[in-house]
Design a protein around this ligand. Structure first.
Ligand code: AR6
Length: 183
């Protein structure tokens, strides 16, 4: 576990583990535009959180997001049976070699923190959005995630990155060290 300080005394923590087990106010889901579930962390959240989350996602599709949640945006639902209070669903960009989509990945973190602020969430856990099925290289995903969160102006007191496996954790640790050296 590692801690550093972001803006406004926000604490940034890195842990290796499973995001569905985190006792935080909100966990962030690396969803897809349909909000109807999928594999990876999305599958794990719906499996362990139960059907209530999907029901709320359906309602959101019917009311606000008829065409799906756009890439880079975020929206909250209940967390069902998970220990967290809310799930904030965000849609990361698929990695593309021919086009720089970093702004969309940065937007996932910034928009999720805005949603967290609107809920009054003080502790928020993120996975490495886009760094699995969506193919983003882990070191670049880590750099974008950490620099965006560190610069965010938010009332969130702790942002916890929950990294699935030693390689992901090491990539975030390395990126955090590099950010520190750039200051
Ligand atoms: N806790 C924390 N991190 C996890 C967990 C977990 N329980 N499970 C996986 N990860 P991915 P994406 C890590 O593929 O790349 C879905 O089908 C995983 O090892 O979950 O944004 C959606 O519906 C990786 O490091 O999300 C979309 O269609 C990171 O979480 C698509 O996948 C993100 O991997 C989104 O792809």
């Amino acid at each position: 576990m590692r801690h550093v300080e972001g803006r406004d005394h926000m604490e940034i923590t890195l842990v290796q583990g499973d995001i569905t087990e985190q006792h935080v106010d909100a966990i962030v889901n690396a969803a897809n535009s349909s909000l109807m579930g999928g594999g990876g962390v999305d599958g794990a959240i719906h499996r362990r959180g139960g059907p209530e989350i999907l029901e709320e996602c359906r309602a959101l599709r019917a009311s606000r997001y008829g065409k799906g949640l756009p890439t880079g945006q975020a929206v909250a639902t209940t967390a069902g049976r998970l220990p967290a209070r809310w799930v904030i669903h965000t849609v990361g960009p698929v990695h593309a070699k021919s086009e720089d989509r970093s702004h969309l990945l940065a937007s996932c973190y910034a928009e999720s923190l805005k949603v967290a602020d609107s809920l009054g969430a003080e502790t928020v856990a993120f996975p490495a959005v886009s760094a699995g099925i969506y193919g983003w290289p882990m070191d670049d995903a880590a750099r974008i995630a950490l620099s965006t969160v560190r610069e965010a102006s938010t009332g969130v007191a702790e942002v916890r990155f929950v990294l699935f496996g030693a390689d992901a954790y090491a990539a975030f640790e390395e990126a955090l060290g590099r950010l520190g050296r750039e200051d």
